[in-house]
Design a protein around this ligand. Structure first.
Ligand SMILES: Nc1ncnc2c1ncn2[C@@H]1O[C@H](COP(=O)(O)OP(=O)(O)OP(=O)(O)O)[C@@H](O)[C@H]1O
Ligand SMILES: [Mg+2]
Length: 471
């Protein structure tokens, strides 16, 4: 695996205007957020031809190129780079009046573009983002068949997902109920199975009990079973779902939807470790691990008396909160590549390449359906892909098809001049991003900055700039 440790990150700047080069150098020097031990090396070429030579000679991790250059143009350079190594993100530099060229560059696979005159902070933020993505592109190799990894299916390197992994290990070690809380598609069932596989019950069954699926009247018998003759139609003994999980794990999915009377009965099961089938006079011992999942605010339901408080406390002994995908954007490229490899195998296609500009779109999207939605998008993208790559356009068409309402409303800005419009969109994004990080950490700036991968002063500066009108 390609290691980034103890190695300078090399940025190639292709720019023929001395003033702009100087401005760029100062931006990197003064504004670029970086880890303490991270070195950033700059190499500069005044022409595309010289840049190509440098790309031959050494490893370049990121390229910034002016669109307009003497000789070969920036777009042509981009195409050359794309042909050589598509993992290198390329940021295009253009003048505000050259939007068409910038858009064309994005089509060709540019990672991003900045416009002159530069806004230092904006430029630094964009370079920083490209650096992080470049690292992932170079670092990530899809797991080999049969490769041993601590978490086979749970993909991610974000602090948030590492936290979840640690909680999985902890939950598996103790014999207590676990409550998994997260939006739809965040991987709650995957996490429940991961706990089961690491637990003492791993050789027993993993029994899913879907609490939304019960129809009034038959629930008791479905959950707890019944004995022959318990009611009309009960022609034989029937094993309940809970009994089927004995010796293993019982996964109570969407526990928030369990009707109140059943909550009472479930609480008995948890507390006494016994079930009684409908029509039976005998209690049966149930020893199993219980994991419950919900996408609802159970505490709110408790307040409204729709969920039993004592059951909530009983389940909540160990809680795992799974953050939505939009709060761990760092994992998006990894998960996307994981599914790209998987569906490529499944469909017998040879799609190996995800364009940096497609990654940009994936990272910017809000993913209301979380990882499941990302999986579906990649599945369709692989299906649609012509040749060996998923392009920017493939992804964009799928995202718009999937969900338009929650994207940034670009239409609102279409009436503005380009530079203003772009500024607004960026502002919107920054505000939403910073807010979500702060919300997630109850306003703790240090933790929020850590999760964002930004130095605290830099995070604070963005906060000052973008959250100043809000309280
Ligand atoms: N971190 C991850 N890495 C790889 N795949 C993931 C990850 N998280 C979730 N998935 C995949 O996303 C899909 C949805 O996950 P899962 O069914 O566990 O979500 P869920 O939280 O139970 O959703 P719901 O609330 O809708 O039931 C599955 O295909 C799962 O394998
Ligand atoms: Mg689920």
């Amino acid at each position: 695996m390609h290691s980034m440790k103890n190695k300078a990150f090399t940025i190639l700047l292709v720019e023929d205007n001395g003033g702009d080069v100087e401005m760029f150098l100062r931006t990197v020097e003064d504004e670029l957020p970086r880890a303490d031990d991270e070195q950033v090396e700059l190499v500069i070429a005044a022409r595309a031809e010289g840049a190509l030579k440098l790309l031959e000679e050494r490893q370049i991790d990121l390229v910034l190129t002016d669109v307009r250059l003497p000789g070969m143009s920036g777009i042509e350079l981009l195409q050359h780079i794309q042909a050589r190594d598509r993992r290198i993100p390329v940021i295009m530099i253009s003048w505000v009046d050259m939007v068409d060229t910038a858009v064309e560059a994005m089509r060709c696979g540019a990672f991003d573009y900045v416009t002159k005159p530069f806004e230092k902070l904006d430029l630094a933020a964009r370079i920083h983002r490209a650096m992080r993505i470049s690292e992932i592109m170079f670092r990530y190799e899809p797991p080999q068949e049969g490769e041993e990894r601590p978490f086979k299916d749970l993909i991610g390197t974000s602090p948030a997902i590492h936290n979840v992994m640690a909680l999985i290990e902890a939950a598996a070690r103790v014999q207590s109920t676990t409550l998994i809380i997260g939006e739809t598609g965040t991987g709650k069932e995957l996490i429940a199975r991961a706990i089961h596989e690491r637990s003492a019950e791993r050789d027993g069954p993993f029994q899913v009990v879907d609490c939304t699926s019960f129809s009034e009247g038959t629930v008791d018998s479905e959950l707890f079973g019944h004995v022959r003759g318990a009611f009309t139609g009960a022609i034989a003994d029937k094993l309940g779902l809970i009994e089927r999980g004995i010796g293993g794990t019982i996964f109570l999915d969407e526990i928030g939807d369990l009707p109140l009377p059943l909550q009472t009965k479930l609480l008995r099961v948890l507390e006494m470790g016994e079930v009684r089938a409908v029509g039976s006079v005998h209690q049966k011992k149930v020893s199993a691990r219980f994991i419950a999942a919900t996408n609802q605010e159970l505490t709110e339901k408790v307040k409204r008396n729709e969920f039993r408080k004592d059951l909530f406390f009983r389940l909540n002994v160990m809680a795992i909160k799974v953050p939505p995908l939009r709060e761990r954007t760092q994992d998006i490229p990894l998960i996307a590549r994981h599914f790209m490899a998987r569906f490529s195998r499944e469909f017998d296609k040879f799609v190996t390449d995800l364009h940096p500009s497609a990654v940009t779109e994936l990272v910017a999207y809000s993913w209301p359906g979380n990882v499941r939605e990302l999986r579906n998008v990649i599945e369709r993208a692989v299906m649609l892909a012509k040749g060996d790559r998923i392009s920017h356009d493939d992804v964009v068409s799928l995202l718009q098809f999937t969900d338009q309402s929650r994207r940034i409303h670009t239409d609102d800005y279409l009436s503005l001049p380009y530079a203003k419009a772009k500024e607004k969109v960026l502002e919107d994004f920054s505000r939403r991003y910073i807010k979500s990080k702060l919300d997630h950490h109850q306003g703790n700036v240090t933790h929020a900055a850590q999760e964002a991968g930004l130095p605290r002063p830099y995070f604070h500066e963005i906060m000052r700039r973008y959250l100043k009108d809000e309280k």
